[in-house]
Ligand binder design. Structure first.
Ligand code: FES
Length: 118
């Protein structure tokens, strides 16, 4: 199975605890909404799908963090997730978590790693 990198954004587009960047990723032959954020200096990618009800998390496009810039928060019912692991840390997502998406930062840019299903 081949693996490819696709550009998401420039590294400078992601502030720590700031706005994320939305993109789509191929999963099981379908394109799914996803996002990338920076936290603790590192980049983390997840499917844009709450573990409570499968809806997108951001309250405005690209706004995933709570006011303290500490947790990723679902705009619908307030579930909060650890940005570094995707694990639910409170709210109706309890016991669940976000689905990670492989992203990598290199050469001042951020890429998603996808596996082709050819
Ligand atoms: S849909 Fe996300 S907390 Fe309910």
């Amino acid at each position: 199975m081949a693996r490819s990198e696709r550009l998401i954004c420039a590294a400078r587009d992601l502030d720590d605890g700031g706005a994320g960047v939305r993109f789509e990723v191929r999963v099981a032959g379908r394109r799914e909404p996803a996002f990338v954020v920076r936290f603790g200096g590192r980049v983390f990618g997840y499917l844009n799908r709450c573990a409570h009800v499968p809806t997108e998390l951001d309250w405005i496009d690209g706004q995933f963090f709570d006011a303290d810039r500490r947790w990723l928060m679902c705009a619908t019912h307030g579930a909060i997730y650890d940005p570094a692991t995707g694990r639910c840390a409170g709210g109706p997502c309890r016991g669940g978590g976000l689905v990670p998406v492989e992203v990598v930062e290199q050469d001042d840019a951020v890429f998603v790693l996808e596996r082709s299903e050819d």
